[in-house]
Write a protein that binds this ligand. Sequence first.
Ligand code: DGP
Length: 121
Amino acid sequence: MAREEIAMMQDNIFLKIIERKIPARIVYEDDHCLAFHDINPQAPVHVLIIPKKVIPTHADITEADKELLGHLHWVAAQLARQLGLEKGYRLVLNCREQAGQSVPHLHLHLLGGRQMHWPPG
Ligand code: DGP
């Protein structure tokens, strides 16, 4: 792995949130993941669900991560229920530059509380 890539992985903002080096409005935590409100919400409910393991992008997941990815989805479904999103919600996962990924730490966006539109743009 290139030195810049290692530096990027060690310096991502979500890792700092996991390590409580910067604050966030945390709504859920367990041994494998953390969920907190997005700093720039795009819907009345906008929560990010992140693994504690650093996986830079969706394209970097390996077979060993299959259970972890399933766990993130299970947490998303629990949180959607807890946050009152019975009418529906959207899960978004941006992968790399063309999808607009801005933080190099895999994350699921859980969005809800308003009518969503399609295509997402
Ligand atoms: P993406 O574009 O998919 O990489 O989404 C990254 C999201 O992370 C974006 O919606 C804004 C959010 N975000 C970035 N920095 C912070 C932060 O320091 N705290 C919180 N709570 N959210 C952040």
